[in-house]
Write a protein that binds this ligand. Sequence first.
Ligand code: PLP
Length: 374
Amino acid sequence: MRFETLAVHAGREVEPATRAVTPSITLSTTFERAEDGSFPGGHIYARNSNPNRDALERALASLEGGVAAAAFASGNAAASAVLQALDPGDHVIASRETYYGTRAVLTGAFRRWGLQSDFVDLSDLEALAAALRPNTRLIWVETPSNPRLRLADIAAVAQIARAGGARTVCDNTFATPVLQRPLALGADLVVHSTTKYIGGHSDVLGGCVVARADDEFMQRVRAYQVFGGAAPSPFDCWLLLRSLPTLPHRVRAQSEGALQVAAFLAAHPQVACVHYPGLPAHPGHELARRQMRGGYGGMLSFELKAGERAALAVAARVRLFTRATSLGGVESLIEHRASVEGPHTTTPRSLLRLSIGLEHPDDLIADLAQALDG
Ligand SMILES: *Cc1c(COP(=O)(O)O)cnc(C)c1O
């Protein structure tokens, strides 16, 4: 089945009892046992499982080409569950440019808990091979990365990881399974902040882990889902499932818009550089052409020649873009990324990040033009 068809049908069936076409929201936290003590409905208690979460997990596994998925209350809860499946003393290698929230859990709570971590430039495969240790158990890839849209070769990283006895996990939040399928490229696990493109409407927080195999590692992730307790609510799961049928259409339109906005910015005299893998000048463009298909995503960032003051002035002058963090929604957002990442950020202070929504690209370009020229 093609992706668009799966996006409509995965995890959705007409309900046998009511013939409801759209799934109901099951709020019950507990489920009745039969006389013989079994659970014929398949559910016991809502932290363990729930019909809405089950449907969402089946759909997400199917869209990523995996066999199992676990949904969480946020992307960071999903990332933490993967790290929690490791043992103290294990070593993790992550992209040098890793989402700052993931970096915060790796270097904060998990370092205190005994997990070792190094951040290396994963576009440099020799550097990756050199960073492997006998206790390296996980390589955390984020491609394209946040906020500079750096690329890593998932297949090459996964090959090096496997040879070194480590798993590869790919944060696929930016690309989504519409544009990139890490499991097919050799990754073992995919994580998402479903808050972003999968939810797509800036109205639900969520995360998920999808696995290529339902092995012992994934069972540890699931155990952490159940006992760690960062479970998404039935309504959150319902909203996310509701967003899936439009996912391929939204992401493709957002990618087309981002490409046009990127081309406009690249030609603007006040712009020092544009970070967008769809531009031929981007260092990862050739890899993106091989690794992604159907577009390069709706995220881009750019730097102003005149530095931070100019960047803040542009963000202050836009009318159509909303000044807010996050991404993947139907409305376009602009963000001075260094401000939200705090004093330890490595993001250039002259950088603005854009999340392209579903407005007409001409209107977005006109807005940026007046903000840059104002
Ligand atoms: C937002 C984000 C996360 C964290 O997700 P939350 O849902 O905010 O917890 C992780 N990775 C990437 C790439 C993100 O953009």
